[in-house]
Ligand binder design. Structure first.
Ligand code: ANZ
Ligand code: ZN
Length: 847
């Protein structure tokens, strides 16, 4: 019998399907929910997917064997721009493009033999899914968790759409590359910032999340404590008599040299009404995105309004409109302190404003601010200059707190906690997304669609020949009757940000066909996700949005309170990398070559003989021609080889380098295991002394492989399995003992290489599926090392050793030492001067 992966793997996959082995059932067993972040159907799966899903599969199969009822689902994050872009480029339809890709990728995924309950599969673009999302939206609208507000947004003038901050790269649209503008639109927004405090505080409970992810969330939520205070205007104007600012460094008030307000600040707007120059300035600075990065890197620009405010420390400060002040944060106004803030310093140098230090380095002889602002960490000791609250030599922290107290007692301001997290604008002017289920009525205003009319379906007959939102220009789709008064009304043509789709899919998997978003019994049983696995690129937005949605779904009665934090444990896996093969053209430009076009032994390009440079282990990407196609690997070596290999070399959280030699070596090993099993199945050696040692090795393998899986150290489990296989193949134990060991080996390998494991299990006479057999337990008695070997030193030099039972007492050991040949020779008939036994360590004999 040879190791014919094609037939073996097809056979077992058919058998599992036939037995409905992966159907998740709600029953008396404890449950386990393992979820890998669902893929975007971009076209084909790559080895990175294989690694991610194999890790989840190891956990799922292991938990099944441990007696859990396991939920391990798969679906598709299917809405989004790429489908529309493909339609624009090739004239097809986003829907066809998407479902075709899903078919392809499902077809590539199934041969991997993943233990997925395919009966629960859905795509977020299925009307059955997004209709329930619309129902959720309406409930959130009722609960005040989603609302409309004018918002300054990033506008992509080429794609004619609003972009999320993360879609703005270097001030340009991520797809179009066009310079992004700031525009004000009325947008739907989720009230995520209302939950900022809870979202921050609960991070502390997420013990099984990577620290780095929790830290990233913490920074994103960005809690800060500061002072809100009003500077009175020297003369009231347009009904404003002061400028309210927010600062996290009130201790720098002594160095304040100007006030800056956002171009969208009500005072700036009022002034712009009769100041054309200011109006032009405001329009001008709207170019460039609203991201912090854009604001950080854009040149600081300002407009002097000519107004002044009273400084509580004496004198006045000029009021400027500045492009680096955001309307959405704090109060949309700041006092600028150039000595201790780089942005303010750049601004002051440009417009020739004073630079005054509020504090100096501790015990500095002389101090002057040059090109860089002096911004020591708040934990560092500094020397305050004439601080109004009276602090002198202390830390920034102390200075801030004391100044806040002072301001409060003076009645000029109030301490305030502020979050960086802004509400989540969800409106997108695109076709391929979930329609926002509301209607605009000329009489009633914004009216929610009735639930019985859901889903509000996307029309199929749309065109992509011109930019902009196809829903907007569809001849009939938006026309409808007002759900309230029946008058002619127009549907909302904005669709939801696709991050919405992925913010609750984990809950939907618990009852994917239900006619409401979730079903109480199902979420009670299946939630939370016990183990979530995915890329660290989703560490901020996706996870934060999901945590918000879980809370919102709890508020609206769709999830139990325990699911407010929906992911009990999170694991972020590393990337799969691959070397790239490079030559340079005569201009020194890099040319990449396909692995099959290079001869690695001579280090040359096959066709031309040019010497190649090997760029080691970089992220796989189409442009670098270093992408490994899982399908080709499966055809060549089988799925088990691909699965074993991606689990083997590196710890799962680290990057993993795919090499052809590595894959071939794995295949060779699995072939050897198969042959070993075949031999053992036929063997007929009698029981003998080696049986006990093999049983002990088996127990150790069980213990260590289990520990590896439990601790997400699959590479360690794999290493142990290599070692145990070697032990077994060298063992002289009797036929039955070897069969027992081989059967256990099959069980231990089953989560990683399930097809080969089933095959061997059957060869060894195992009943049913290896997956259905209970996970092996190590006999604790066999794990005890029952003897120890102690070195014997004679006059300080190591001369011999003695192996004794582990629990032997000193007297027993002394007797054995006195019987040792080397000791007898050294004593030469005499008695030792000293005999010192250190139990478990060493024996010293002095003669
Ligand atoms: C005076 C000051 C002096 C500031 C100094 C910093 C350093 P975090 O810590 O991230 O909350 N700021 C406040 N509102 C702003 C807005 N709408 N747009 C742009 N900048 C704004 O940041 C708070 C600090 O960012 C505030 O403290 C304010 O500048 C600025 F030596 O006030 B600071
Ligand atoms: Zn109406």
């Amino acid at each position: 019998m040879s190791y014919d992966t094609t037939s073996i793997e097809a056979k077992w996959q058919a058998a599992w399907a036939e037995a409905d082995l992966f159907l998740a059932t709600r029953d008396a067993r404890p449950k386990y929910y393992v979820l890998e972040m669902f893929p975007y159907p971009s076209g084909r799966i790559h080895i990175g997917h294989v690694r991610n899903y194999t890790m989840g599969d190891v956990i799922a199969r292991y938990k099944m064997s441990c007696g859990f009822s396991v939920l391990h689902p798969m679906g598709w994050d299917a809405f989004g721009m790429p489908a529309e872009n493909a339609a624009m480029a090739s004239g097809g339809h986003p829907k066809e493009w998407t479902y075709r890709n899903i078919d392809t990728m499902r077809g590539q995924m199934k041969p991997l033999g993943l233990s997925i309950d395919w009966s629960r599969e859905f795509a977020t673009c299925d009307p059955e899914y997004y209709g329930q999302q619309q129902a959720l939206f309406l409930d959130m609208l009722d609960a005040g968790l989603v609302y409309r507000k004018p918002a300054v947004v990033n506008w992509d003038p080429v794609d004619m759409t609003v972009l999320a901050n993360e879609q703005v790269i270097d001030g340009k649209g991520w797809r179009s590359g066009a310079e992004v503008e700031r525009r004000e639109l009325t947008q739907w927004a989720f009230a995520i910032s209302s939950m900022a405090e809870d979202l921050l505080d609960s991070l502390g409970d997420l013990e099984n999340w990577p620290d780095k992810v929790r830290l990233m969330q913490e920074n994103w939520i960005g809690r800060s404590r500061g002072l809100q205070m009003t500077f009175p205007l020297s003369a009231p104007v347009h009904g404003h008599d002061g400028v309210e600012i927010y600062t996290t460094r009130p201790d720098t008030l002594r160095g304040a040299s100007f006030i800056a307000i956002a171009p969208e600040h009500p005072l700036a707007r009022a002034l712009a009404q009769d100041d054309a120059e200011l109006a032009a300035f405001a329009t001008e600075v709207r170019r460039g995105g609203t991201t912090e990065e854009a604001l950080e890197t854009a040149e600081k620009r300002g407009y002097d309004t000519g107004l002044t405010v009273q400084n509580p420390l004496g004198g006045t400060l000029p009021v400027w409109v500045a492009n680096f002040v955001l309307m959405e944060y704090g109060t949309g106004a700041i006092f600028g302190c150039p000595a201790h803030d780089q942005r303010d310093l750049d601004f002051a140098r440009k417009y020739d404003l004073p630079v005054v230090a509020a504090f100096k380095p501790y015990e500095a002889e002389s101090f002057e601010v040059g090109a860089a602002a002096y911004v020591p960490p708040k934990t560092e000791l500094v020397e305050y200059v004439d601080n109004p609250a009276g602090v002198h030599r202390t830390t920034g922290h102390e200075g801030v707190e004391t100044t806040i107290d002072w301001a409060e007692t003076q009645g000029i301001g109030e301490g305030r906690v502020q979050y960086r997290l802004r509400d989540w604008g969800l409106s997108r002017q695109r076709y391929w997304g979930c329609p926002i289920p509301v209607v605009h009525c000329p009489d009633c205003g914004v009216v929610p669609e009735r639930k019985e009319n859901l889903p509000v379906r996307l029309p199929d007959d749309v065109t992509f020949d011109v930019p902009g939102n196809p829903l907007d220009r569809h001849p009939t789709w938006a026309a409808t009757a007002c759900p309230e008064c029946g008058a002619d009304a127009r549907r909302e043509t904005d669709t939801m940000d696709t991050f919405v789709d992925s913010s609750w899919y984990f809950a939907r998997f618990t009852a994917p066909r239900a006619d409401k978003p979730t079903v109480a019994e199902d979420v009670d049983y299946w939630m939370n996700v016990d183990q979530y696995i995915g890329g660290v690129e989703h560490a901020i937005l996706h996870l934060l949005y999901s945590r918000f949605f879980a809370r919102a779904m709890n508020v609206t009665g769709h999830l139990p309170a325990k699911a407010r934090e929906p992911f009990d444990a999170l694991f972020t896996q590393g990337m799969v990398t691959h070397p790239a093969y490079v030559t340079r053209d005569d201009k020194g430009r890099t040319i990449y070559h396909l692995p099959e076009d290079v001869d690695l032994s001579s280090g040359t390009v096959r066709a031309t003989g040019e010497a190649i440079e090997i760029v080691p282990a970089i992220k796989m990407s189409k442009s670098k021609l270093n992408v490994v196609d899982p399908q080709a690997i499966i055809a060549q070596f089988g799925a088990d080889t691909a699965r074993w290999f991606v689990l083997s070399d590196s710890p799962p959280e680290r990057d993993f380098e795919w090499t052809p030699e590595g894959a071939a070596a794995v295949h060779k090993h699995l072939t050897r295991v198969h042959r070993l099993a075949t031999d053992i199945a036929r063997a007929d050696r009698a029981p003998n002394d080696a049986d006990a040692e093999l049983a002990r090795a088996t127990a150790r393998a069980i213990a260590e492989v289990t520990q590896g899986i439990d601790g997400f150290a699959f590479n360690k489990s794999v290493a142990k399995l290599y070692e145990f296989t070697n032990t077994l193949s060298r063992s002289d134990a009797g036929a039955q003992a070897r069969r027992d060991a081989m059967r256990t080996l099959a069980q231990l390998m089953a989560p990683m290489v399930p097809h080969l494991a089933e095959e061997i299990w059957t060869m060894m006479g195992g009943e049913g599926f290896v997956l259905s057999a209970p996970w092996p337990e190590a006999d604790p008695a066999l794990l005890v090392e029952d003897s120890v070997t102690l070195p014997i030193q004679i006059n300080g030099k190591r001369r011999s050793e003695v192996t004794v039972p582990k629990d032997m007492d000193k007297a027993g050991i002394e007797a054995r030492v006195m019987a040792d040949d080397a000791v007898i020779r050294a004593l030469d008939g005499g008695a030792p001067k000293k005999l010192i036994v250190v139990p478990g360590r060493i024996v010293n004999v002095v003669v």
